[in-house]
Design a protein around this ligand. Structure first.
Ligand code: E4P
Length: 217
């Protein structure tokens, strides 16, 4: 299972990368705005800065919502760095653009996916990744994890190569359940990754080992 971090914060990306388990980064316009990155040139430069910090895929989202605009913007993003994956929303023109990018060998991440039908369309269009937002479904009392399970079944039925990127992951149990179901990738905050480290018995056991070592020396 690949681990992506869902942030545009360079310090957090560096921290996750330093742990040695990071496979990529996802961003979105809200995450860029949260870091105060505004203006086309600054945004493009920030994507390159992220690519230079990590070895894996970096999702960069288009702002355009019409076919020609998505193509123009996506090609510009893809030109920035070979690690860039063009993130395209699940709308009609987005699906058409994903098909265009797929035919041209430009990798895509189909975002804002909330149903298995949408995920099926994204895979048929040739998306590299599909991003079902599990946390946002949980927020409206709908089981986000069962969507991951449904998409897994559908993709396996037909051998679709599109990778299931569980997005809007909020906590460690989302990560663990996604791994159990067989999501190919998860993207979440740094806390969902570092939280996996924690267990009180590890802390107690380590304290005991160190205390015993001290006694014997
Ligand atoms: C996915 O790529 C999105 O950036 C993200 O996971 C959205 O998560 P949120 O629901 O926590 O904003």
């Amino acid at each position: 299972m690949k681990f992506f971090i869902d942030t545009a914060n360079l310090a957090q990306i560096e921290e996750a990368e330093a742990l040695g388990v990071l496979d990529g980064v996802t961003t979105n316009p809200s995450l860029m705005a949260k870091e105060g990155i505004t203006g086309r040139n600054n945004i493009l430069k920030h994507y390159v800065d992220i690519c230079n910090l990590v070895e894996g895929d970096v999702s960069a989202e288009v702002i355009a919502t019409d076919y020609e605009g998505i193509i123009k913007e996506g090609e510009e993003l893809a030109e920035l760095h070979d690690q860039i994956v063009v993130k395209v929303p699940m709308i009609k023109d987005g699906v058409k653009a994903i098909k265009y990018f797929s035919d041209k060998g430009i990798r895509t991440n189909c975002t804002l996916v909330f149903s298995s039908g949408q995920a099926l369309l994204a895979a048929k269009a040739g998306a590299t990744y599909v991003s079902p937002f599990i946390g946002r479904l949980d927020d409206i009392s709908t089981d986000g994890l069962s969507l991951i399970q449904d998409i897994r079944t559908i993709y396996d039925n037909y051998g679709f190569q599109t990778e299931i990127l569980a997005a809007s992951v909020r906590h460690t149990m989302h990560v663990i359940e996604c791994a159990r179901i067989g999501a190919d990738v998860m993207t979440g905050p740094l806390s969902a990754i570092t939280g996996l480290l924690k267990h009180p018995l590890t802390d107690i056991g380590l304290a005991q080992f160190l205390a015993d070592h001290k006694k014997g020396n």
